[in-house]
Design a protein around this ligand. Structure first.
Ligand SMILES: *Cc1c(COP(=O)(O)O)cnc(C)c1O
Length: 352
């Protein structure tokens, strides 16, 4: 491979989590760990978050949920919202996973797999994104059926949830009103959903009325800000993508990172990497190497920072994403799993 590595600072990650938990309180903070914890490596991020006191993990799918359970043991609550096969459901039940359910047929399948296990579910209302979730006109019938299945001991309705776009406050406000109506209707049907959750990073960090009982934090936990918006105070990228200097020429320094590592070729010429002498333009991107404008005193084995918190003058993942019209998460999850993840364990300041 090219020699690039992703250095993850668990101290910075934990400081992000502390800031987000502080903002969300008294609501709880869920750490969303889909896509291998946004490319950071699932196991270490889950362990660090659990040590920081995070109790909820958003796993997306069954396999991830089971892996999270292996790391956390019994204490944590794990939420998975993709529709699963019956085999996956059985494994999820064994790992005490809470299931997000936004489809009537899926609710019936869960009840059938349950065999009296009262599987914990959070029912999803579609508040306008039209991706998944029960449409408002079908919600009344859906929660009535859920109450029957709960009375029969097949499911336990612990929560009601939805997902919002977090692009316009106005659309989010409309979604929030629809969400509150849905919770009232569920309660009128005899359900007692104790965990209501609607917001992901952006609304959860900025808008108190959107926090309800739980906020699902993905991007901000890893320090990835939203495109087109400043980083919230106290939120810093946890990971730095580093590439070693492997050849030094008059006009260009070759560094070990390329498109095979997941660096988008369209970024060539568009940004400065961080070097020991400050920012220098990244000139071209090949398969396993790239070239950078030289700096005084450059030596083989020096490392440049392709993205990170900015310590060497490098851009953040979202800075890069904005130059090619995508989002910071995309830059992170495109990083090849073959790039080694390394972890710096530094306790965040201010804790005994
Ligand atoms: C990915 C995801 C999140 C986290 O979103 P961020 O914007 O990264 O915080 C929350 N909820 C659901 C349902 C998701 O799919």
């Amino acid at each position: 491979m090219s020699g690039a590595r992703l250095s993850v600072d668990l101290g910075r990650f934990r400081a992000n989590l502390r800031e987000l938990r502080r903002r969300a309180a008294p609501a709880e903070a869920m750490l969303v760990v889909k896509c291998d914890a946004y490319g950071h490596g699932l196991d270490r991020m889950v362990a660090a978050a659990a040590a920081e006191g995070v109790r909820w993990f958003g796993a997306f799918d069954s396999a991830t949920a089971v892996r999270v359970r292996k790391v956390t043991g019994d204490g944590a609550r794990i939420f998975a919202w993709v529709t699963m096969t019956d085999d996956e459901l059985t494994r999820a039940a064994q790992a005490s996973v809470t299931l997000g359910v936004g489809d009537a047929g899926y609710l019936e399948r869960i009840a059938a797999v349950s065999r009296g296990r009262a599987m914990p579910v959070h029912l999803k209302i579609d508040t306008g994104l039209h991706r998944s979730g029960i449409r408002p006109e079908a919600w009344g019938g859906f929660v009535t059926r859920a109450a029957e299945l709960e009375a029969a001991g097949e499911i336990r309705v612990d929560g009601v949830w939805s997902h919002i776009a977090e692009v316009s406050d106005r659309d989010d406000d409309i979604a929030r009103a629809a969400f509150r109506d849905a919770v009232s209707i569920a309660e009128a049907a005899g359900l007692t959903p104790a965990v209501r959750h609607l917001a992901a990073s952006a609304a959860g960090a900025a808008r108190p009325g959107f926090r309800f009982d739980l906020v699902r934090f993905g991007a901000f936990a890893y320090g990835i800000r939203s495109a087109g918006a400043p980083s919230p105070d106290g939120i810093v990228p946890a990971a730095t993508l580093l590439a070693p200097v492997i050849e030094i020429g008059e006009r260009a320094v070759t560094v070990g990172v390329g498109t095979l590592d997941g660096l988008p070729a369209t970024l060539a010429g568009c940004f400065d990497v961080g070097t020991p002498a400050g920012p220098r333009r990244l000139l071209r991107i090949d398969r396993v190497t790239s070239t950078v404008r030289p700096w005084p005193g450059v030596a083989i084995g020096d490392e440049v920072a392709v993205w990170g918190p900015g310590a060497l003058g490098e851009p953040s993942p979202t800075d890069l994403a904005e130059t090619i019209g995508t989002v910071g998460e995309e830059v992170m999850v495109r990083l090849s799993p073959l790039v080694p993840r390394e972890y710096r364990v530094r306790r965040p300041p201010g804790r005994g």
